[in-house]
Design a protein around this ligand. Structure first.
Ligand SMILES: Cc1cc2nc3c(=O)[nH]c(=O)nc-3n(C[C@H](O)[C@H](O)[C@H](O)COP(=O)(O)OP(=O)(O)OC[C@H]3O[C@@H](n4cnc5c(N)ncnc54)[C@H](O)[C@@H]3O)c2cc1C
Ligand code: SF4
Length: 453
């Protein structure tokens, strides 16, 4: 630990976002960066406490106290080396991780000013790229075994990277035209610049991983006969839909239809006027109060919407830093206000959606109803009761952001391993990375056991 008193003398300082009037007109990353002096001061606040809950809370087991100490001392190379022992792609988590570690930080318990681990992570990684500390590994010894990975999202990439470094010949099959999964075709560019994915993929290619794009694998069984093992990292392809009257109207879309198309447009892809989904000059209604909904809000603003409303069927979460239902060091399920919410949005809770209304096949509004949740006398899930009269929210574009269905998988052959969201249901990038790494170990153990038989 560099400075034992720093947490008493230096306050938490976040780099913050670009001003709304500036950022709202482009898709550049909204988050800013601190200068090197300020970043090192922030790192100095880490107390290296006896029981580092940050380490426990991070699904990757990131050793924040160790790399924060190296960062404070200005040893960026050591900081990156420590960081990369547990996190294969910290440039992603450093930008879009909700930072489970920071909520679990002892300083969060002490005065709600936890260390800035996520931003520190991004800063360490950018410096490592800039200074050339990250170079393709040339010392990988091949073991003569091949592994197929299906899906180039974070889980597939983490598994592919680890298996490649262990000496396997790795082929990644990806149905899209580029790698990244939801990093590329879900998360908006204003949260994650896609050039960062390209930079990492170039490195993985230089280290020997083969990527085959535009290949949608229909038969896992066939691959499992061709390769020593197969990793299925295909995510959660099915979004939860809302099959109520009017669902067929033009203007009702799943959130990812908008988000993935917008990211593709920014990558240079062209869409006909009929195909293009845009919020320009429209009143937009986002159904679903989570992070995907928030990404729709930010995207709608940048496309030039007239207004955005976000509705959620569940009650408004508690406000403030602490959640009595999920106390420290657990993740608090408190009200979250994102950079997209700050850009302007009407947010409502306890609202049920009854019907999409339209004229000449086009959406004009949505009939909704305020509801309440009452305790179930028989226990279990609370009961939804209607309150007041139904009302109509004017909207020409509706985005359904209500989560994803957990995929079901058949009984695969013994050499097939499922990881990431495909195995656990929709979650977080950091959990997908962790799952990919754990799966790589299982694959390695399995192949070694078959060789030794
Ligand atoms: C809009 C949105 C925003 C999000 N924002 C955040 C965030 O800010 N922070 C965060 O931590 N998490 C966020 N998440 C969640 C996070 O993106 C996912 O948990 C994570 O990407 C899951 O990784 P994965 O590799 O398991 O799956 P995915 O990222 O879904 O990747 C699966 C890949 O498999 C490919 N594939 C599927 N089927 C086949 C097939 N048959 N053949 C070949 N390829 C196939 C897909 O094309 C895709 O590239 C967000 C999710 C969404 C939808
Ligand atoms: S990956 Fe997320 S939880 Fe883990 S140390 Fe980084 S910011 Fe914290």
């Amino acid at each position: 630990m560099g400075n034992p008193k720093a947490f008493l003398e230096i306050h938490r300082q976040e780099a913050g976002y670009r001003p709304v009037h500036d950022r709202i007109h482009d898709f550049g990353e909204v988050e800013q960066t601190l200068n090197t002096r300020e970043r090192k001061l922030q790192a100095s606040r880490c107390m290296d406490c006896g029981v580092p809950f940050c380490h426990w809370a991070c699904p990757l087991g990131n050793k924040a106290p160790e790399w924060n100490d190296a960062l404070y001392k200005g040893d960026w190379e050591l900081a990156y080396r420590l960081l990369s022992t547990t996190n294969p792609f910290p440039e992603f988590t450093g930008r879009i991780c909700p930072a489970l570690c920071e909520k679990a930080c002892v300083l969060n318990r002490y005065n709600h000013e936890p260390t800035t681990n996520r931003e520190d992570e991004a800063a360490i990684t950018e410096m490592a790229f800039q200074e050339g500390f990250i170079q393709p590994r040339q010392d990988i010894v091949r073991n003569g075994k091949s592994v197929a990975v299906i899906g180039a999202g974070p889980a597939g990439l983490a598994a592919a990277n680890d298996l490649n470094l262990k000496g396997y010949t790795v082929v990644v099959f990806e149905k899209n035209e580029a790698a990244g999964g939801l990093l590329r075709y879900g998360i908006p560019n204003f949260k994650l610049n896609k050039a960062l994915i390209d930079r990492r993929i170039r490195l993985l290619e230089a280290e020997g991983i083969e990527f085959r794009y535009g290949e949608c694998i229909e038969s896992v069984e066939l691959l499992s006969k061709e390769y020593a093992a197969v990793v299925v990292a295909t995510g959660t392809p099915t979004a939860r839909d809302l099959n109520i009257p009017g669902r067929e109207l033009k203007g009702v879309h799943l959130a990812l239809e908008l988000l993935s198309q917008q990211n593709r447009v920014l990558a240079g892809m062209e869409f006909s006027k009929a195909e293009r989904i845009t919020a320009k000059d429209k009143d937009v209604l986002v159904i679903g109060g989570g992070d995907t909904g928030s990404d729709c809000i930010g995207t709608a603003h940048r496309q030039g919407c007239k207004s955005v409303t976000q509705i959620e069927i569940m009650p408004r979460p508690v406000e403030g830093p602490d959640d009595p239902q999920s106390p420290w060091p657990n993740w608090p399920r408190t009200l979250k206000t994102t950079s997209s919410h700050e850009e302007g949005c009407t947010r409502r809770w306890n609202i049920n959606t009854l019907e999409f209304l339209g004229k000449d096949g086009k959406l004009t509004g949505v009939k909704v109803q305020e509801i309440d949740w009452q305790p179930n006398p028989e226990g279990g899930r609370p009961i939804m009761v209607e309150k007041g009269k139904p009302e109509i929210i004017k909207a020409e574009l509706v985005l359904l952001a209500m989560g994803f269905l957990k995929p079901e998988h058949p009984q695969y052959a013994k050499n097939v391993f499922v990881c990431g969201d495909a195995a656990n249901g929709a979650s977080l990038v950091v959990r997908a990375l962790s799952s990919g790494l754990q799966t790589a170990v299982l694959v390695d153990n399995y192949i070694r056991s078959t060789v030794n038989q």
